[in-house]
Design a protein around this ligand. Structure first.
Ligand SMILES: NC(=O)c1ccc[n+]([C@@H]2O[C@H](COP(=O)([O-])OP(=O)(O)OC[C@H]3O[C@@H](n4cnc5c(N)ncnc54)[C@H](OP(=O)(O)O)[C@@H]3O)[C@@H](O)[C@H]2O)c1
Length: 250
């Protein structure tokens, strides 16, 4: 447990590396937080296991493959056991995959994989975790999206590879709509779609997300994400925000 009797509780998907890992790390700097870090292979997640050693009970690591619907459903029961009488304050849908394709060369199977991971996973996780969010105090869902999924600000994308993106852009545009529809359906929740900026995560390869060309260090992006998320009020619900709080047009 965290050192507070009634901690602020967070669940982060895709916490094995990159933005998810850095988010977990920074959240643990506050003794008020209790963090459930989820990843596909907890037994192989050495970085999270290292973090747990010094977390003094404030970090729980559980298996959650966002494309495995049975696992998603089972994970909520595991989380409920961890939380006991308290609810979940913050649900962070961060896990995602990318393909450096473009609309006329998208592999349809890859498109389905990307939609399943980046859109369907967050939609199901939101449904399954709703009872725990209802029990929580903050009642916030944060969808880590991308400006690549914005139509209205497309012209602002500076990197040619981001302007070309096909399947990934479709998945993030759909995720943005999910955030908006969730806000409309449940005005009592605070739901935000948020672009972390172009962050140096992983290496620059066909698999990795941000890469070495990224403009931001994870530390800077995540510090902004935490500030924006914790200070968000119901007036911000249904918005598409940047890590520094600026609003991004849909
Ligand atoms: N980096 C950027 O510049 C940038 C820009 C805009 C938006 N974003 C968004 O920010 C978020 C994090 O990106 P990142 O840069 O940290 O990416 P990353 O370094 O590639 O990390 C992605 C994480 O998602 C996990 N993941 C992938 N598929 C999963 C699944 N089926 N179930 C559970 N976890 C899964 C990965 O797990 P494994 O470690 O097991 O592979 C990994 O931990 C994503 O939503 C991304 O779209 C990033």
């Amino acid at each position: 447990m965290s050192s507070t009797a009634c901690p602020t509780t967070w669940l982060v998907t895709g916490a094995n590396r990159g933005i998810g890992f850095e988010l977990v790390k920074q959240l643990l700097e506050s003794p008020d937080n209790l963090v459930i870090a989820t990843c596909r292979n907890p037994e192989k997640s050495t970085a999270l296991s290292e973090l747990k050693k010094s977390a003094e009970g404030a970090l729980h690591i559980i298996r959650l493959d966002v494309t495995d619907f049975a696992n998603v459903r089972a994970s909520a029961k595991e989380v409920e056991t961890i939380l006991g009488d308290i609810g979940l304050d913050y649900l962070v849908n961060n896990a995602a995959i990318v393909a450096w394709d473009s609309v006329f060369d998208m592999d349809p199977e890859k498109l389905v994989d990307i939609l399943r991971t980046n859109t369907v996973g967050p939609a199901l996780i939101s449904q399954v975790y709703l009872p725990l969010l209802e029990k929580g105090r903050a009642k916030k869902i944060l969808h880590i999206s991308s400006q690549a999924g914005s139509m209205a600000s497309f012209e602002e994308l500076i990197a040619e590879e981001h302007r070309k993106l096909g399947a990934y852009a479709l998945s993030k545009a759909a995720l943005n709509m999910l955030a908006y529809k969730q806000k409309v359906a449940r005005p009592d929740l605070i739901v935000i779609a948020l672009c972390p900026g172009w962050v140096k995560t992983g290496k620059y390869s066909m698999q990795d997300m941000g890469g070495e060309k990224g403009l931001l260090q994870p530390e800077e992006s995540i510090a902004g994400i935490i500030k924006v998320t914790t200070s968000a009020t119901s007036a911000d619900s249904g918005k598409f925000l940047r890590y520094n709080g600026e609003e991004i047009p849909w």
